[in-house]
Design a protein around this ligand. Structure first.
Ligand SMILES: *[C@@H]1O[C@H](CO)[C@@H](O)[C@H](O)[C@H]1NC(C)=O
Ligand SMILES: *[C@@H]1O[C@H](CO)[C@@H](O)[C@H](O)[C@H]1NC(C)=O
Ligand SMILES: *[C@@H]1O[C@H](CO)[C@@H](O)[C@H](O)[C@H]1NC(C)=O
Length: 444
């Protein structure tokens, strides 16, 4: 066959083919197509604090009361690229008026989707998953609380850091409390924080430290000590690490990630604790939260786990007291906003209605609303945790798909709407367009 014939036909053909192939790549694989993303991301203001309230730092400094949720699994779900479940979760959250989502920005160790494989060594594929989560949040005008390490062993946690240090230096640590005090481990943690905070998002080109869709950095999820004698080490660790994050990033808020237990010192409030055990975990809500570089206090609420023997009436009474104690301390002692960053209840479904979680959420939501109405420190609450169809493998005893439970769904939307109405520049719900989620919200 004549080779000339091939040359003439193939060159133009291969050129056209290449163009189509490149176009296909850019639209199909957004991971490689980064620059234009930033052009269509919605504008958002950073969140600041004025007195005991959150404010959006735009021209109006409007107060910002939070109705939000947790979905710890977003980065894990995004490891292989864009994920329908992650996008759907933000869309569904926004459709309930939720404005803040708390999620894990860590996965340390040898798990299949680990972000940090060894101290300071990252899996870029997983990092791109986190990039995707942040861009999707921004697209849906959701702000993220990103937690930087786990106290618990799930996804590595502090015990993974202790193991790494031990492998590197054979220190023979006697307890995981070394995480809070050992200089080598503190350097590991700081290097990790630096890598996250200074990360340039591969999709948007925006550094995490410049990203308004990030609400706050959380130092550690639910810090506890094994020995009560480690309490001063925990206090010193929080002080050092909060200052470190602020030295890298002055635009974002910082919180601890506490469960909110009172130590033995805070005697006037220790009766708000769920039991004697809670004062022996080395944390103290007042001392820990008072540290200057922390912008707001964080508290969890799990009456079902903390006082499992109590009936629902007793749990609700306990919970009311727990909320009052923390809001009161945030108003009068700490003079900072307090966010209830995890509120969870075991699911006891009955004809599709979740009586128990509804009762627990209503108690928490009412306390937040009462405080917010007076511009008090009760700044919001986040459900632990929400799922979407297709993400069921991330379930736990507290997880649910909100729109499958009409009563819970209504409670969530009503809370979003009545908080939104407190915004001094917001429209009253009764004057909204019928397409607005709050148009039908039936509150006073
Ligand atoms: C802070 O809040 C107070 C009232 O609580 C208000 O008078 C003041 O203008 C606010 N400051 C800013 C910067 O928004
Ligand atoms: C740290 O915690 C892990 C997981 O709970 C445990 O297996 C390990 O023995 C602990 N390490 C030390 C030094 O106590
Ligand atoms: C600020 O408040 C004014 C008056 O209520 C409003 O028209 C404007 O849209 C607000 N701006 C922002 C950025 O919220």
């Amino acid at each position: 066959m004549d080779s000339k014939w091939w040359e003439k036909k193939l060159y133009p053909l291969s050129g056209i083919f290449t163009i189509f192939f490149l176009l296909y790549l850019s639209f199909n694989d957004q991971i490689n197509f980064s620059f234009p993303t930033v052009l269509w991301l919605p504008k958002m203001g950073f969140v600041g604090v004025n007195d005991t309230s959150f404010v959006i730092k735009n021209e109006n400094q409007s107060e910002f009361y939070v109705n939000g949720w947790n979905s710890y699994w977003l980065m894990d779900e995004s490891v292989w690229g864009s994920s329908r479940s992650v996008s759907e979760m933000f869309k569904r959250g926004a459709s309930m008026g939720l404005s803040v989502c708390r999620t894990w920005a860590f996965n340390d160790g040898t798990g299949s989707n680990a972000l940090q494989l060894r101290p300071g060594i990252f899996n870029e594929r997983v990092f791109k998953g986190l990039d995707y989560v942040i861009v999707e949040a921004r697209k849906h005008k959701i702000r993220l609380i990103l937690s930087l390490v786990n106290n618990l062993p799930a996804f590595g946690g502090k015990s993974q850091y202790v193991r790494w240090a031990d492998e590197a230096g054979t220190y023979g640590f006697s307890s995981n409390d070394s995480f809070f005090s050992h200089p080598v481990i503190k350097v590991y943690y700081k290097e990790y924080v630096k890598a996250i905070v200074s990360r340039k998002n591969s999709l948007s080109g925006i550094r995490y430290s410049d990203e308004p869709a990030i609400f706050a950095w959380e130092l550690i999820n639910e810090p506890r000590c094994e020995l009560i004698s480690s309490a001063p080490a925990l206090q010193a660790w929080i002080t050092e690490m909060a200052a470190y994050v602020k030295s890298l990033d002055k635009k974002h808020l910082v919180t601890v990630g506490l469960e909110g237990f009172y130590g033995l010192k805070s005697t006037q409030n220790s009766e708000a604790n769920p039991g004697q055990w809670a004062a022996s975990l080395g944390s103290d809500f007042i001392d820990n939260s008072a540290i200057t570089n922390l912008d707001f206090a964080s508290v969890h609420a799990y009456p079902d786990s903390w006082i499992p023997e109590a009936d629902l009436v007793a749990k609700l009474k306990y919970l009311s007291h727990w909320m009052d104690a923390h809001i009161n301390d945030a108003d009068n002692v700490l003079k900072k906003p307090v966010l209830f960053t995890e509120v969870g209840s075991h699911l006891i479904a009955n004809h599709g209605e979740q009586y128990q979680i509804d009762a627990i959420l209503k108690t928490v939501y009412d306390k937040v609303y009462e405080s917010a109405k007076k511009k008090g420190a009760g700044a919001g609450a986040l459900i632990w945790q929400l799922l979407v169809e297709g993400a069921e493998r991330y379930t736990d005893r507290f997880a649910f798909v909100a729109w499958k439970h009409p009563s819970t769904h209504k409670l969530i939307v009503d809370q979003s709407c009545r908080l939104r109405e407190l915004n001094p520049h917001g429209l009253p719900n009764k004057r909204l367009h019928p397409s607005d989620i709050c148009y039908y919200s039936s509150r006073s």
